[in-house]
Unconditional design. Structure first.
Length: 208
């Protein structure tokens, strides 16, 4: 297909496709003339993934290119691919572990050890949990990592469901796209389910 057809099929503007070509996110098509090229279904699928990574996941062009490079190199390491898609990037600044190193018992390392989880030190969720616990305690709410253990057990079950849904496709492009869509797009619905369950539980407890 010509680039105009590629644009129509993918829903990505022609100017944006040309930008992705220049930046190396999209491989060049098969040249048919000095200024013309043909594109195939692989380009359509790759554009869908680029849109998911940048538009849905919110990655920068450079970060999206890192994910696409891993796929293009033919790496079959699903763990590495998912780590890139989920945003577990080496931070170079110690991963925000200052609060944990204070030894005040609020750090996420204690929770990880209790759950038996092996997690990258670069995972940004570490800092989110640590900061949240510190904020709660600074407001007079005594809340530490032990109080999070029941939630961690539920999160573990959720993670099992998440990864089960990614087992199907063999195509790395499709697997990466599903990882973005089934995690990032699904998160608001999961939070909404929690709110519904909270209302239902409150009704049982307080309204009879």
């Amino acid at each position: 297909m010509r680039i105009s057809e590629l644009s129509r099929r993918s829903g990505v503007a022609t100017a944006t496709i040309k930008y992705y070509l220049r930046e190396g996110l999209l491989p060049p098509g098969r040249a048919t003339a000095a200024t013309q090229a043909e594109y195939g279904e692989a380009h359509v699928r790759r554009l869908r993934l680029i849109r998911a990574l940048i538009g849905v996941r919110g990655l920068s062009v450079g970060a999206a290119k890192d994910v696409l490079d891993v796929i293009s190199e033919g790496k079959s390491d699903t763990h590495e691919l998912l780590g890139l898609v989920f945003g577990i990037w080496p931070s170079g600044d110690g991963g925000g572990k200052g609060a944990e190193e204070e030894g005040d018992g609020l750090g996420v390392d204690h929770l990880l050890a209790e759950m038996g989880w092996t997690v990258s030190e670069h995972n940004p969720a570490r800092e989110v949990i640590t900061r949240t616990l510190h904020t709660l305690n600074s407001l007079g709410v005594e809340y530490g990592w032990r109080e999070l253990l029941p939630y961690a057990a539920l999160a573990e079950q959720t993670a099992t469901l998440d990864l089960d849904q990614l087992e199907g496709p063999d195509d790395p492009l499709e697997k990466a796209e599903r990882a973005v869509l089934l995690t990032i797009l699904l998160e608001p619905a999961l939070l909404a389910l929690r709110r519904l369950a909270q209302e239902a539980e409150s009704t049982v407890r307080h309204r009879g």
